[in-house]
Write a protein that binds this ligand. Structure first.
Ligand code: HEC
Ligand code: HEC
Length: 295
């Protein structure tokens, strides 16, 4: 019975397992469930550091978890950043397995299979997700890479990052504030954002009132009088859109008055190729961001 209960991949199996469970006295039933959960939680992750499992886990994560924890597990409007090595509940793999299986009572963190996402994940899929989360965690490098003082110079100088990004209150506002990015994302993830900005758009997290954060999508509109405006969406609903243009001017526009409206997942951030910004200089900039993020 436990075996069929654990295989939650198929509705029929699972519902028949529930059918049999409900025929048992409630207390025995609860004991069996508790046993099932501790037995599973005590198990070892069979996929530690396995890149293929991490990849499969990333896919599962997008479907089941990104809604709250953000793409890349970097945190979203409703769930914490899971890339921080320091966790509140899930101090090791077994605890993380228990958190994902059972949820965290009294919080928005749902138990496996209760989030309207179908029948829930199998044990194997949960371990894959854990492997993925571990692969995204920020680890302090043994030997810090890069020269952060030089990185700071580049950030505010030749590399032009500060035209669009603020760090510690200084810089532009078109892109996300990068003051905490070094504390919450891995070095590799930051480098990927610079080399391939459009692959994963950052989430705007600034407004606590929004239930879900908005991605930094690029919006291009032509107004009734023929003026083109390009920028990032700050807010959008069915009828209106609020855009910050490249000069940091904010426009509130009614959609039905526009001549055209185009949304794109191509980042406004330029692609920094190695010709534009060498690997060494990028390492220095990332070292700067990590030194700020550690504060
Ligand atoms: C409906 C929103 C929601 C969904 C969906 C969700 N979570 Fe969570 N999760 C939360 C919240 C909120 C917390 C923090 C609870 C608290 O501590 O207050 C949390 C906490 C956690 C923690 C513990 C973090 C720590 O610091 O110990 C882990 C691990 C976790 N979630 C993983 C996942 C995974 C994996 C999925 C997808 C299978 C998922 N969550 C889906 C909202 C969500
Ligand atoms: C022309 C404006 C512009 C310039 C210049 C620019 N960026 Fe960006 N950047 C953006 C925008 C807009 C986003 C949000 C969309 C995205 O994720 O690509 C972004 C996103 C990012 C992110 C992802 C942040 C997150 O929270 O996920 C990082 C990291 C980043 N930029 C670093 C840099 C660095 C380092 C430089 C300089 C080498 C730089 N940017 C130059 C506009 C810019």
């Amino acid at each position: 019975m436990l075996a069929s209960f654990r295989r939650s991949g198929q509705i029929i199996k699972r519902s028949s397992a529930f059918g049999r469970l409900s025929a048992l006295p409630v207390r025995l039933c609860a004991a069996l469930l508790a046993f099932a959960v501790t037995a599973r939680a005590g198990a070892q992750n069979p996929f530690v550091n396995d890149p293929n499992a991490a990849k499969a886990g990333e896919y599962e994560f997008r479907i089941n978890c990104a809604l709250c924890h953000g793409l890349g597990a970097r945190g979203g409007g409703r769930g914490p950043d899971l890339t921080r090595a320091q966790k509140k509940h899930a101090h090791n793999d077994a605890e993380m397995f228990a958190v994902i299986s059972n949820g965290i009572p009294g919080t928005a963190m749902p138990a496996n299979g209760t989030n309207g996402q179908g029948v829930g994940m199998t044990d194997e899929e949960i371990w894959q997700i854990i492997t993925y989360i571990r692969s995204q965690e920020v680890k302090a490098p043994a030997n810090p890479i890069g020269n952060s003082a030089h990185g700071r110079e580049l950030f505010y100088g030749d590399a032009n990052c500060s035209l669009c990004h603020m760090v510690e209150g200084k810089g532009g506002r078109i892109g996300p504030d990068l003051s905490s990015v070094g504390g919450s994302r891995t070095r590799e993830a930051i480098i990927d954002s610079v080399r391939n900005p459009s692959r994963r758009l950052a989430w705007g997290l600034s407004e606590a009132t929004k239930e879900f954060p908005q991605e930094y999508e690029t919006i291009t509109v032509v107004t009734a009088d023929g003026k083109q405006i390009k920028g990032v969406a700050l807010n959008e609903d069915n009828f209106s859109v609020q855009i910050m243009d490249m000069n940091e001017q904010i426009h509130l526009l009614e959609k039905d008055k526009l001549r055209s409206f185009r949304k794109s997942r191509e980042s406004l951030m330029p692609v920094y190729t190695p010709e534009l910004l060498s690997d060494k200089n990028l390492d220095d900039i990332v070292a700067f961001l990590i030194s700020v993020g550690a504060k």
